[in-house]
Design a protein around this ligand. Structure first.
Ligand SMILES: [Zn+2]
Length: 231
């Protein structure tokens, strides 16, 4: 951190967090406290949160049924091809910036993990559409902004167990020390990069998909209503 930033931080840290009713003070030079700044980093927005698998899993059934029914349709085939290219890690390890600041390298590392674990374009497309549907039905839980981008990428990264690292920890409770295993959660950089790519590449398919799904739903509702039509 530069001297200028350090000086700004001294003043900034006395100010309240910009989130309404948050009682904490700001962290370093950010406009938010450490909690809201961390949420912004991990979830793309200071009010974002982790979307758990159990929240979007119910939509997987709908998505799978749809993709199976339309598996020979050109749109589904094109979406799977796009997903395959999004999942393909570059052969060369990205160079350039230091690794902790390098989105391309961090994404490359996660894509290699998914490739080695055998993640298929089909399952990635299923989970992405399920998260998108969740956001569509519960916009207050997952807003259609950067938060959705991050959640789309996170759902793909979590198709397999995250990589973990082991470290030796000693503390007051366990003075003799122990091995702690922690998951390596992909951070803001790879989430933003993959999420943005998924949204940009697949938004025409998403619009097509939701229109078809709603038309199917309306047709079913009409049939049900017809059964009750007075003679
Ligand atoms: Zn706050």
């Amino acid at each position: 951190m530069s001297d200028d930033a350090r000086q700004r931080a001294v003043y900034n840290k006395r100010l309240p967090c910009s989130v309404k009713l948050c009682p904490k003070k700001r962290t370093f030079t950010a406009q938010f406290c450490c909690t809201h700044q961390l949420r912004r980093r991990l979830h793309g927005h200071h009010l974002g949160r982790h979307i758990q698998k159990k929240e979007y899993t119910p939509y997987l059934k709908t998505v799978r049924a749809f993709l199976t029914k339309h598996q020979h349709h050109a749109a589904v085939k094109a979406a799977l091809e796009i997903m395959a290219s999004l999942l393909a890690p570059p052969k060369e390890e990205p160079q350039g910036k230091p690794l902790r600041l390098n989105p391309s390298w961090q994404l490359w590392r996660e894509l290699w993990r998914l490739k080695q674990e055998g993640v298929t374009p089909q399952e990635a497309l299923e989970v992405v559409l399920a998260v998108w549907l969740y956001s569509y039905h519960f916009p207050h839980q997952l807003r259609d902004d950067k938060r959705l981008d991050y959640a789309l990428a996170a759902s793909v990264f979590r198709l397999r167990e995250l990589a973990s690292r082991k470290q030796w920890v000693q503390n007051n409770l366990r003075p003799s020390g122990f091995v702690q295993t922690t998951s390596r959660r992909p951070g803001a950089l790879p989430n933003a990069l993959l999420g943005g790519r998924i949204r940009t590449a697949l938004v025409p398919f998403w619009i097509n998909f939701i229109k078809a799904l709603e038309a199917e739903h309306a047709a079913r509702a009409k049939k049900a209503a017809d059964l009750k039509a007075a003679f």
